[in-house]
Design a protein. Sequence first.
Lengths: 440, 295
Amino acid sequence: MKRMRFLVVLLVAFSLIFTACQAEVEEPGETDSEDEQVVLEYWSMWNVSEPQALAIQAWIEAFEAENPNIKINATWNGRENQTKLRSALAGGTKVDFMDQDADQVAGGLMAEGLGYPLNDFLQQDALDYDGTVADTFVPGVIDLHKMGDDYYLFPYVYNTWQFWTNMDVLADVGITEDPQTWEEFLGMAQQIQDAGYSVLAAEGSEFSYNFPYFAYIVERLKGPGFLLAAVEDETGEAWNDPAFLQAAEMTRELWDRGFIPADTVGYVWPAGQMTLATGDSTMEMCGSWLPTELRDTAGEDFNWGGLRFPAVEGGEGDINDLTAWLLSFMIMEDSEHPKEVFEFLKFTQTQANAQLMADEALVGVTRKDISWAEAIKDGEEAAANANVALLPNDGIQAFYPEYQETVLTPAYNAFFTLEISPEEFIQTMVEDTADYWASK
Amino acid sequence: MRVRKGLIVLFLLPASLLYFFFFLLPAIQALQYSFYEWSGFGEEKTFVGFANYAEIFQDKLFWLSFRNTMFILLVGGVVVFTVAFLMTIALNSGIKGKKLFRSLIFLPNIIATIALTTLWAYIYNPTFGLIKNIAEALGLEKLSNFIWTAPDKVFWSVLVAIIWIQVGYYLVLLMAGVDKIPKEFYEAAEIEGANQIQKFFIVTVPLIWDVLSIAIVLYSIGALKIFEFPYAFYGQSVPSQLYTIGIYLYIMGFGKRYPIYRLGYATAIGVMLLLSVVIIFVILRTLLKRDVLEY
């Protein structure tokens, strides 16, 4: 009996030692042999039933069929994905890749150094394109959230920021040409108003929808990066540049001339966009998700068009400088299978797969030569012809999110909803910017 | 006797351990984290001493959040309990359908917050809202043009909605207390010539004082940490006019839509919130302390 017990103990000890040794010799990245099963953990910003999630599930199934040794486990977390991921990482959970709005990842996981650099991967040959993986992207997109010389984000959805418009109203009023300059835009708005239509839909205190007016005007006046530089000026004095007051006054003019209806100050999202869907307004400046979001309310026969934000005469920016709101994948820095994850990402970027996302979710995509849904065709054209892809809010929300939330948002909301004048807004920005940096 | 004590300890142990590991220990750790600058993404923390607290004292948005929270506590509390008492009196006056009315008034408490915020956003909508339509139908032009959700009014409009929800809950609590009072007390008061108001203050309030105390403490704690309704009301992002301490803590610590991940600072805000709860709880205990009347 004693001998039997000794043998059992010996056997267990040997098994433990053997297992331990095996774990020891297994190096990260060496698990990619043809025979060995690799399991990739993907944490997603989508809810499982959303069209984007369905498209991604289709990608996963097709990829697993082509690569039987790779399995992808998806966790559908919804929009708080990054925040949930933070807690999970702190608890020791291993995740290989995730996705989220590019700005949010850039200011979160990527800024924390938790992204895996893609520089070498992006230089691999594309699966179905005569060039590298990097070459498959719409110009400017892949560079948008570069950190130094390194690429961490792999964008797959491209939302363009434009005036999403009821083109039937424009046809009825007799407008056939897109306004190229701010003056032409105001002229068009006046023409629409004179014909008895309400012009602009907006959301009352929805900063992310309203601030792009100001950000775009500043960009058109002074070019990309000018607004961000004012945020970075710790004295706050940069806000005294006349371009900012001019941009504020130009924004206010939209209210003064009644192009934005007075009721808008009290709109709680999605009240503003609903007026567009129901035909009570003509256009709203928003991301290209808007026509898809309003599809059920507006009807499939709604005649959508997307106008680019006009240039300002004499300004440094161009009508073809386009704000791009991207959704991106990112490989986690400590993933043991970055190579396999990139194989999957490369797979999602083929023409067939990018087209699947565009068709299923009715969104813009980052792959070149993909036909976007009819309602956002103008977005496709704007993206293809963009001189420069601009970061949302000139990069403030990616690089200075706290400043945006605690300094810019309260002041701009007060300005946009007519509580304070353009002069008071600028003065507030000068003072609060200096206070913000002094508190750091 | 010794065995009994041992048994008591044994029975208390599991709950005490859970309480210690899942509440007390994290609370103590939170106090520790409040002295650090920490994003929460990794283990790397920077000790900053009392810098987070110093920043809180100069943070305009924190004080705006604090002020809003205090308004919900004090103004909301006074209105909630006044309305709940008035309704209690009305429902106990012998009207028919008492249970039906009580259920209807309680109804908002069993509806999801997001549905309630959608309902109130529709009620207040300045273009096609319920109030707008009713006022227009009645020819009340000033009222129909009133923008309830304009930035300078939205806090009070949301407070009205919060009161509407809370009244039902506290009405049920107070009525449960009132229902226990023997009718003879009221009959005796009537014989002595007391009117409704006198009966309320001389009979009802003293006899449900224990229920009332608990209700006030519950409301106060709820008001201090209120989050869901004002947060969900705006759907996308909350304007600062609706910030409460809970919302501001969440924004600073959990990023909301933007990647602000100041877990140390958010924890310091949480400590301030805890202090507020403790201080207000002590004040309430002192003010509400009375001998319980037994009957």
